[in-house]
Design a binder for this molecule. Structure first.
Ligand SMILES: [Zn+2]
Length: 84
């Protein structure tokens, strides 16, 4: 799930969020994209990853690029945006 979270508390179950790397599947009508090693706040109870801040923008940009490939399933490893 992508969204804002408050005070390191999981909005889904109220558990504690801790920083880590997550493999997150994104399901669209025409494709499934798995982004690996995404820096995220991960709930210790329900294991839901929450992507925040600039990571959200980078993940969205990766998803947009991959959807243009029109592959049914894509797996990509998260990488930081290149600083020009
Ligand atoms: Zn939770």
């Amino acid at each position: 799930m992508i969204g804002e979270r408050a005070n390191n508390i999981c909005p889904t179950c109220g558990g504690r969020l801790e920083f880590g790397l997550a493999n997150i599947p994104f399901v669209f009508d025409d494709t499934v994209i798995v982004v690996k090693n995404v820096p995220a706040e991960i709930c210790g109870d329900c294991h839901e990853p929450f992507v925040v801040g600039s990571v959200t923008d980078q993940v969205m940009s990766l998803l947009n690029q991959l959807r243009m490939l029109q592959s049914e399933v894509s797996v990509v490893t998260y990488s930081e945006p290149e600083v020009v």
